[in-house]
Design a protein around this ligand. Structure first.
Ligand code: NAP
Length: 289
């Protein structure tokens, strides 16, 4: 059994996977979600809180995994909740820019809350397994105090030090390379399809690219069916907005993440908000066909 009680706020694809892994590992877990229906699968296995105040009141550690920091701030930065957070620990898994992570750390310090920013280069299916990576920034003693349950979440937990933007920057770099590559591949597949050339001809001859990776990111393209087992296009789009802002804040030309974000917006507008990242192909293929 774990020695600290843990609240998980946000039971979407990722928050549910985190809560599940903590319960399986024997920790005392309290769950809360804005729409209560998502708590049902935890009935009898975790304490189901009816409010954020209740969840924070009974827990030593509060894990947040919601759409973005604006949603998280609306939950936590209210007087009734802030007063309960003194002396506790917040582990923030919602995606945000390095600048927002720095600002959140300053807020946490102002209310007497220990704070870790965690960024996940992992999908929900990897949570509780020995795959996937999570990067953390925050005070070393805070990471050490949480190490026993954090290391059970994925195969690799990387403590990045006290520079609060570090984990967020790594997350955008890591996933940016992956998504940017996927976008370029879907663009190539759109051209091949328009010219009636089999994608296999590309995959068989393309140098430098791992064949397994190409096949994995292209899953669904041939059938034009993109069920999401990881992050939805809506979540990717919210993530890409943060990616753009991170580069603007850092003075980097943001055209690359803007292009990625704009194709994600188009994919959502085409009705693929609940679908996998590979539905980006729909935004890149000729729209009239
Ligand atoms: P999801 O399945 O779409 O779930 C979103 C969660 O956020 C739900 O619990 C939702 O509550 C909650 N939420 C949204 N707006 C809210 C608001 N205004 N107030 C309170 N709760 C709100 O998303 P997810 O895939 O779990 O992603 C959650 C976070 O993890 C995101 O920041 C994402 O970037 C990050 N992440 C996800 C993955 C992944 O593979 N899924 C990987 C790395 C990082 P309701 O159910 O009430 O709508």
């Amino acid at each position: 059994m774990g020695d600290r009680s843990i609240a998980v706020l946000g039971l979407g694809r990722m928050g549910s996977a985190i809560a599940e892994a903590l319960i399986v590992a024997g920790h005392e877990v309290t769950v809360w979600n804005r729409m209560p229906d998502k708590t049902h699968s935890f009935d009898g296995r975790a304490r189901v809180a009816s409010s954020v105040v209740e969840a924070c009141g009974v827990s030593d550690v509060i894990i947040v995994c919601v759409l973005n920091y604006d949603a998280s701030d609306a939950l936590l930065r209210v007087r009734d909740v802030e007063s309960l957070l003194v002396g506790k620990t917040l582990v923030q898994f919602s995606s945000a820019t390095p600048e927002r992570a720095r600002e959140a750390a300053a807020w946490a310090a102002s209310v007497g809350l220990a704070y870790l920013d965690g960024t996940m280069s992992a999908g929900p299916k990897q949570i509780g397994s020995d795959a996937g990576t999570i990067y953390y920034t925050g005070a070393p003693e805070t990471f050490e105090a949480c190490r026993n349950f954090l290391e059970g979440l994925v195969g690799t937990s990387v403590y990045c030090g006290t520079e609060m933007g570090h984990a967020a920057a790594l997350d955008f770099a890591h996933l940016g390379v992956m998504c940017g590559t996927a976008m370029v591949v879907y663009n190539a597949l759109a051209l091949l399809a328009a010219e009636s050339v089999d994608a296999e001809e590309l995959f068989a001859t393309l140098p430098f690219f791992d064949r397994t990776f190409l096949e994995r990111i292209s899953q669904g393209v041939a059938s034009r069916n993109y069920p999401s087992g990881t992050a939805s296009m809506t979540i990717w789009r919210a993530w890409a907005e943060q990616f753009v802002q991170s580069e603007v804040d850092a003075g980097v030309d943001p055209k690359v993440p803007q292009l990625l974000r704009d194709y994600m917006i188009r994919a959502v507008e085409l009705g693929h908000g609940d679908d996998d990242l590979s539905a980006l192909y729909e935004a890149l293929r000729p729209q009239s066909v």
